[in-house]
Design a protein. Structure first.
Length: 212
């Protein structure tokens, strides 16, 4: 899946700015969605944290609510790197396999943004906590190398790692909001993804990396 995302990201790398073909990705519907998300994030984050209980350690609660209150600024900080087309919802429920190759379903969240955001979402939700801790640095290096093979040669893995750490806040937000709303995902799976994403955020000190 790292290879597939690198191929997608490389194809549209720095090609979406000022290009009328991609304006719909940031059109009125997307802007309305982002506005509603910002308006509702604080109450949904609080409700999600309350329902998640011990799945998210207490020391993440205050930073998570502070992040929710500054979500608009956070989204700006998470969009400072080169833009490409991103899936923006790369959890394991949206993965499929065909002929031994992976792919992604459910493209309703597609937009322009930093490719490393997709990688952060994928690793935070799709890997067990132990596997992510053991392999995340190497997988980010692999993503950097794949981008290079696909023609994007100016991206360093150490820079990607810093952006990866900050982008981990989004999958945690997404999974907590999913829990807060309810009915969007099987509860046991939602709990598992919250626990994984919370661990990724804590292990990588992601709220500090975002530097709100």
């Amino acid at each position: 899946m790292i290879e597939q995302l690198a191929l997608l990201h490389a194809k549209f790398w720095n090609k979406t700015h000022n290009n009328s073909k991609y304006h719909w990705l940031a059109g009125p519907v997307r802007k309305l969605e982002d506005h509603l998300g910002t308006a509702l994030t604080v109450p949904l984050m609080k409700r999600g944290l309350n329902k998640a209980d011990k799945l998210v350690t207490k020391n993440l609660h205050i930073p998570a609510i502070r992040y929710a209150g500054q979500r608009r600024k956070a989204m700006q900080l998470l969009a400072q790197g080169p833009h490409t087309i991103i899936h923006h919802d790369c959890h394991p429920g949206n993965l499929y396999w065909q002929d031994n190759s992976p792919g992604l379903l459910d493209w309703q969240m597609v937009r322009t943004g930093e490719g490393i955001g997709d990688i952060a979402y994928l690793l935070a939700t799709s890997l067990s906590i132990a596997d992510r801790k053991a392999h995340e640095i190497q997988l980010i290096k692999h993503y950097s190398q794949a981008l290079s093979r696909f023609g994007i040669g100016d991206v360093k893995s150490k820079d990607l790692l810093q952006r990866y750490r900050a982008h981990l806040v989004h999958p945690l937000e997404a999974m907590l909001v999913t829990l807060a709303i309810g009915g969007m995902m099987e509860l046991k799976a939602n709990h598992t993804l919250i626990k994984r994403a919370a661990s990724a955020v804590e292990h990588n000190n992601s709220f500090a990396a975002l530097a709100l």
